[in-house]
Design a protein around this ligand. Structure first.
Ligand code: ZN
Length: 162
């Protein structure tokens, strides 16, 4: 069975950046289980895996536009430090992630700079602007059940148990 939309695919993968640093890997874990064609994976990787089958090994280089997007300077926001004071006694520090209300729901922002009363929050995805280098081994392919498609995730091994 080949990988097409609405198939459950199990993969082992290692993700590196262009410098060869490992960003993420399924090594030592169960293979990742996802449903092809419903947005579980970044579009660039789904495109590379389309048509492949169990046992295939795939090397893929995904440009930022087909992964987590280009780095967007507009997603950096300057906010007053005083706005954070009420959130318990944990001191705000550079490198911390904070939840912010964007007006369209909650998002996670990274604190990139604190200067005086000015805090710079970066709402870019941590991998925005990063070219992704994947090594993927396809461990299994099967049809998704109606229930899995309904829920938008895989049930059983490597997926949800409920
Ligand atoms: Zn479910």
């Amino acid at each position: 069975m080949i990988i097409e939309d609405h198939r459950v695919v199990n993969i082992h993968y290692t993700l590196k950046d262009a410098q060869g640093e490992v960003l993420d890997s399924s090594e030592g874990r169960e293979p990742l289980a996802y449903i092809q064609g419903i947005g579980n994976l970044i579009p660039g990787l789904e495109a590379e895996l389309h048509g492949k089958t169990k046992g295939d090994k795939v090397k893929a280089v995904i440009a930022p536009a087909d992964a987590y997007g280009e780095y967007d300077e507009q997603l950096k926001h300057l906010v007053p430090l005083s706005g954070f004071q009420s959130h318990g006694d944990e001191q705000l520090e550079v490198g911390m992630q904070v939840q912010v209300d964007t007006g369209q729901g909650h998002a996670v922002a990274l604190v990139t700079e604190i200067e005086g009363d000015n805090v710079t929050l970066d709402l870019n995805h941590p991998l925005a602007g990063t070219e992704l280098h994947f090594d993927v081994e396809i461990m299994g392919v099967r049809a998704a059940t109606e229930e899995e498609l309904d829920h938008g995730h895989v049930h059983g091994a490597g997926g949800h148990h409920h």
